[in-house]
Design a protein around this ligand. Structure first.
Ligand SMILES: *Cc1c(COP(=O)(O)O)cnc(C)c1O
Length: 382
């Protein structure tokens, strides 16, 4: 209870002059407009929803994950104690799984936290960061928070990587950091290990980040290059193909010196214990993962058929989403919302005019989504 003497009836507003203000760098950043469909979905329980807006898995995780977490919760003390420091237990499993030295891993609160920690560790005001655009927006916020200057490189075709142009930008800017996503969100563009190697060599002064959030779907990775390039960092996540977005767990793999440098600012108890338990169980069930990846692959074939039947551009990607070109995209998206299909309108992004991103789930879900999309298009006379 607040003491009555301390209670002031008038509303207290922070004083813009004498009150606390965010740091100068932070004041320049607009708050992230988190548009999640979760609230809408909960409000309309009668309709089977398709949450396809954030590239999450469309199914719950492996039953073994659920069992491991339930089992864990049956033990006293498991929640009142802090989690395993630095997720050493999970790192041991990751090290065996990838056959990579445990000293090369940093497990983080989602791979977002790995990106954030990399920016805190390596960036200062005015440092230049070259990114292959269009790209994952959250990374840009982390870099801007450090006062870094973002140099976005757009190639002529958003669905092809433009190595020549990207390398020219790197040579011109001499950045402190380079960020590519492979396969890229939202375009699906990939960077081969040879292309990643070229980036590492072009900028030995730079930390070269390859964000592999969707790598389980493509089956390709630059992890093997870690033995050749000490300036390379690969980030991975359990949020997408492993279906654990709600637990928040991911990791960075890099040279042990890079990991040590990140640990200067990293809080070793920031990853919660249920995430550690869930991730270990998920990693152990590769059969579940392979099945889900196969479902998503089959669904992409359904999308391709639909596109050629409807004579619409469906840009398939090696990840779990497709980009669909729709005239009157914002209206179609609204109509889809009404039909319980939640997607991400990317049509306002430079070079992506007219494109809407759909996460891809199982075959049965995709059949239903395509039916609802057909109905939404019919509504507009399509
Ligand atoms: C979804 C996504 C992530 C995942 O972030 P988490 O924090 O691991 O959930 C990272 N990078 C990209 C490009 C993504 O699309």
């Amino acid at each position: 209870m607040l003491h009555p003497d301390l209670y002031r009836p008038e509303a207290i507003e922070p004083d813009p002059v004498t009150g606390p203000r965010p740091a100068a760098l932070v004041r320049e950043i607009e708050p992230y407009q988190a548009v999640s469909s979760l609230g809408q979905i909960a409000a309309r329980a009668e309709q089977v929803p398709h949450k396809l807006d954030w590239n999450e898995a469309t199914v719950p995780p492996s039953p073994k994950v659920m069992a491991a977490i339930a089992d864990f919760l049956n033990h006293a003390h498991h929640l009142n104690w802090y989690p395993v420091l630095n997720s050493a237990n999970l790192i041991e499993r990751l090290s065996a799984f990838w056959q990579i030295d445990p000293a090369r891993f940093l497990v983080t609160n989602g791979s977002d936290a790995a990106l954030d920690t990399l920016c805190t560790t390596y960036l200062g005001p005015k440092d230049r960061v070259v990114v292959a655009a269009p790209t994952y927006q959250h990374f840009l916020v982390f870099a801007k928070t450090r006062g870094a200057q973002i140099v976005e490189h757009y190639g002529p075709d958003p669905f092809q990587n433009d190595m020549e142009g990207l390398l020219a930008t790197v040579h011109r800017e001499r950045p402190q950091m380079i960020y590519v996503v492979s396969p890229n969100n939202p375009t699906g563009t990939e960077y081969t290990p040879a292309q990643v190697a070229a980036l590492c060599e072009a900028a030995p002064q730079a930390v070269v980040i390859v964000d592999e959030a969707y790598s389980e779907f493509s089956g390709r990775s630059s992890l093997s290059l870690l033995h050749t390039y000490s300036n390379l960092v690969v980030t991975r996540t359990f949020s997408k193909a492993y279906a654990l977005a709600g637990l928040r767990i991911g990791y960075a793999v890099a040279h042990p010196t890079v990991v040590k440098d990140m640990q200067r600012v990293f809080n070793p108890k920031s990853v919660n214990i249920l995430a550690q338990v869930g991730a270990m169980a998920a990693l152990d069930d590769q059969e579940w993962l392979a099945n889900y990846v196969r479902e998503v692959d089959d669904s992409k074939a359904l999308w391709a058929e639909w596109g050629s039947r409807r004579k619409l551009t469906v840009q398939l990607t090696p990840a779990n989403f497709v980009m669909v070109h729709l005239s009157r995209a914002p209206w179609v998206v609204q109509e889809l919302n009404r039909a319980g299909v939640y997607v991400r309108d990317r049509s306002h992004i430079e070079h992506l005019s007219g494109f809407v991103r759909f996460s891809v789930g199982t075959r049965a879900q995709t059949v239903d989504v395509l039916e609802r999309l057909d109905r939404a298009l019919a509504y507009f006379g399509g």
